[in-house]
Design a protein around this ligand. Structure first.
Ligand code: SAM
Length: 306
């Protein structure tokens, strides 16, 4: 927790002992804060600082290197959208790869699709997996699905070694491009994703905020246009505890059967998975799927110019 006192112009006093403030060079000059009830875990893995705290209003919170990864209250918005935007855009996805996503939330969502036969996940940091299983059972429930195989390792190396054309979908649930996730935003990584996908296969990757990171987004879009010869689209959603309150997704398909991301063709089979009754779908629906691709004019102009 950061403690700062600002006194000026009379008695304005923003003092934050007992609050977690998310301060990062990725969003200079602003910091979203949550009131902390109790710190539940603090550790240092080989890759990053890992913390879990109980917040006053957002449930438990997972923080990596000082950046909020998820809260119990709003994780549904992120996990459901990053998963169902790609998986509802193709028919009968069977083999899915998740890169990052150690908390298990994306696995929980992939498991709702009854056509899926096999789910690989490659997370670099075992501590994230262990901590999520202990403190976020409704998120880590994703690991209980028998179709899941966990690989602890670097997603970049995993994809380089992946069999060509073997996945229907690759979902990249990464942290920000400072730290272990940096390479997950670079061109060679996207090239290996495209290679690992079957013709007409889809990728969905976490693609930052239109309010804060248009430069990063423009770079990703330009690279993806060069690499993915099918569709290339940007979508976004609201997640209150992410910086600026929104997060985007890059959705691409490889050359092959055409993918129209804006018009979902696949329904989620709510009964397809025994965990669905414990953690029901909360955010995603067909309307919000289509709406996610509507961009404000400033972002539309820059993204479409690439
Ligand atoms: N699912 C989350 C949510 O609800 O918002 C967010 C992010 S998730 C916890 C991001 C994960 O990507 C982290 O666990 C991090 O360790 C992992 N990661 C970062 N770089 C990686 C890499 N090169 N290979 C595999 N996993 C990586």
């Amino acid at each position: 927790a950061t403690s700062a006192a600002v006194n000026g112009g009379g008695s304005i006093s923003s003092i934050i002992p007992g609050w977690f403030s998310e301060i990062s060079p990725m969003w200079p000059g602003e910091a979203h804060s949550l009131k902390v009830e109790k710190i539940l875990f603090q550790g240092k893995s080989d890759y990053q600082d890992v913390m879990v705290f109980q917040s006053a209003t957002y449930g438990k919170v997972l923080v990596l290197d000082g950046v909020i990864q998820l809260t119990e209250r709003d994780e549904c918005a992120y996990q459901e959208m990053i998963t169902h935007l790609p998986l509802c855009s193709i028919s009968n996805p069977k083999k899915v790869l998740v890169i990052g996503g150690g908390d298990g939330g994306v696995l929980r969502e992939v498991a709702r699709h009854s056509s899926v036969e096999h789910i690989d996940i490659c997370e670099i940091d075992k501590m994230v997996v262990d901590v999520s299983k202990e403190y976020f059972p409704d998120v880590a429930i994703g690991y209980e699905d028998p179709r899941v195989t966990l690989h602890i390792g670097d997603g970049v190396a995993f994809l380089k070694a992946a069999q060509v054309g073997s996945y229907d979908a690759v979902i990249v649930d990464s942290s920000d491009p400072i730290g272990p996730a940096q390479e997950l935003f670079e061109k060679p990584f996207f090239e290996s994703v495209a290679k690992a996908l079957r013709p007409g296969g889809v990728m969905c990757t976490q693609a930052e905020s239109i309010w804060l990171h248009m430069d990063i987004i423009e770079g990703i879009v330009a690279n993806c246009h060069q690499i993915f010869k099918g569709s290339v689209n940007y979508a976004w959603t609201t997640v209150p505890t992410y910086p600026s309150g929104v997060i985007g997704f890059m959705l691409c398909s490889t050359e092959g059967p055409e993918v129209d991301f804006k018009n979902p063709i696949n329904q989620i089979d709510a009964k397809g998975n025994k965990n669905s009754s414990r953690v029901p779908l909360k955010f995603y629906n067909r309307e919000i799927h289509a709406a996610a691709f509507c961009l404000p004019s400033f972002a539309k102009k820059l993204i479409e110019s690439k």
